[in-house]
Design a protein around this ligand. Structure first.
Ligand SMILES: NC(=O)c1ccc[n+]([C@@H]2O[C@H](COP(=O)([O-])OP(=O)(O)OC[C@H]3O[C@@H](n4cnc5c(N)ncnc54)[C@H](OP(=O)(O)O)[C@@H]3O)[C@@H](O)[C@H]2O)c1
Length: 249
């Protein structure tokens, strides 16, 4: 039986991906900052492990607790949509420590066991925002663009060891907690300097009510992650969701 370790399983894509791998008969190490066994179906193939990807000790302990794994899905992430001038150093740190360094550290922590086995798959959940520049997204997009570059270079570095790396690029999925969490973060800090107020209002309106826009469903992302893990011929970059597929084309 194969084992997948997934970060950020308390909601959204991570939770749905954990359920999917369980349904398919895999052993699942579902990680959460605040473990809640009630979120996932009861199964003797499921382990819930505490993990905050932005804390190095937590990364080391979680990978140790997980034991041997065949695949790692770096899904944990946090959004941010605000002008750079309204983004504090603490916020920059939080976004990059979660989305970027968290992905790097998790990957580094699992590589020794994958190299020893000569096999393994690492799937990094990035974003379709990296496919087209957007206003107010400089920090979030940069945090994910770094993950893209990291994943593409690492694919070359790891191929001789039999390890595959992939990027899944979800489009906008309003059904997860992503938008709510980002809004909460943005409300907690005064991230809109007065000179930007009109501009931010217009961008936010267009973002909330895009005429005729297609969205991404969580299932699109789950299936893209599943393909990346299970199909040895899967492409390195996999757009997930109609909006992302259209942008990538
Ligand atoms: N939804 C979208 O529109 C969209 C589009 C493109 C890409 N994405 C990416 O998709 C991934 C999943 O997002 P989602 O839409 O499923 O949002 P979500 O429902 O908010 O899920 C995000 C998950 O990441 C976890 N997380 C946040 N900070 C963490 C940390 N420091 N350590 C460990 N876990 C942490 C959250 O845990 P807590 O409950 O503890 O906060 C939660 O489980 C993210 O990487 C996001 O950037 C989302």
């Amino acid at each position: 039986m194969k084992t997948v370790m997934i970060t950020g399983c308390s909601s959204g894509f991570g939770l749905d991906t954990a359920c999917h791998f369980l349904e398919k008969g895999w052993s699942v190490v579902a990680t959460m900052r605040n473990p809640d066994p009630g979120l996932l179906p009861v199964s003797n193939r499921l382990r819930i492990v505490p993990l905050d990807v932005s804390v190095r000790e937590s990364v080391a302990k979680a990978v140790d607790d997980a034991g041997p794994i065949d695949a790692l899905v770096n899904n944990a992430g946090v959004g941010w949509l605000a002008p750079l001038e309204g983004t504090s150093h603490e916020t920059l740190q939080r976004i990059f420590e979660t989305n970027t360094l968290g992905t790097f550290e998790m990957t580094r922590a699992v590589l020794p066991q994958m190299r020893a086995k000569g096999a393994g798959v690492i799937v990094n959940v990035s974003s379709s925002v990296t496919l087209k520049p957007l206003p107010l997204a400089s920090v979030y997009t940069a945090s994910k663009a770094a993950v893209n570059a990291f994943t593409e270079c690492l694919a070359l570095e790891m191929a001789p060891f039999g390890i595959r790396t992939h990027l899944v690029l979800p489009g906008q999925a309003p059904t997860t907690n992503f938008g709510k969490t980002a809004m909460r973060l943005m409300q907690d800090s005064s991230c809109t300097p007065a000179d930007y107020e009109d501009f931010v209002r217009k961008v936010m309106e267009a973002f909330r009510d895009p005429a005729g826009k297609e969205f991404t469903q969580s299932r699109d992302v789950v299936l893209a992650i599943w393909d990346a893990v299970t199909d040895t011929e899967a492409p390195l970059r996999i757009p997930a969701g109609k909006d992302s597929v259209a942008l990538a084309a």
